[in-house]
Design a protein around this ligand. Structure first.
Ligand SMILES: [Zn+2]
Length: 132
């Protein structure tokens, strides 16, 4: 069954079972795309393709309602201990450093459930307050 996406669909890249997936929230239901990726950059590429297409085919997605915490993530460079944790909003960091290239090629970054004890990026904090 094909579903047309709303104007501003809630589409996210998430870490799930140690792989990266594209997830989407439709009303109150969470769906996870069947494809999984080792790198979340690939998941972002898929998410952007889906956004471009403007619709999803539910046969490639599974409903996932047992995990409500899948969307709350931090983007952290584990290799550099002094770097801050960024708040991941699904396809970008709250401070937009990811999409504007401020985090370099991003290959050493990963998504985590917690901030791993790191300080949180000041701009991410400010922007996420604005959103709420
Ligand atoms: Zn940030």
């Amino acid at each position: 069954m094909k579903i047309k996406l709303s104007f501003k669909p809630k589409i996210y890249t998430v870490r799930f079972d140690d792989k990266y997936h594209v997830a989407i929230k439709i009303e109150t239901e969470n769906y996870i795309h069947n494809y999984s990726f080792e790198s979340f950059k690939n998941a972002i590429d898929l998410a952007n393709k889906i956004l471009e297409a403007g619709n999803i085919d539910l046969q490639y997605w599974r409903q996932e309602n047992n995990k409500n915490d899948i969307y709350d993530k931090f983007l952290i460079c584990k290799k550099k201990r002094q770097t801050k944790a960024h708040i991941w909003t699904g396809l970008d960091t709250s401070c937009t450093m990811w999409s504007t290239g401020g985090l370099g090629n991003g290959k050493d970054y990963n998504l985590y459930n917690t901030n791993l004890g790191r300080d949180i990026c000041t701009m991410c904090c400010q922007n996420s307050k604005k959103d709420n």
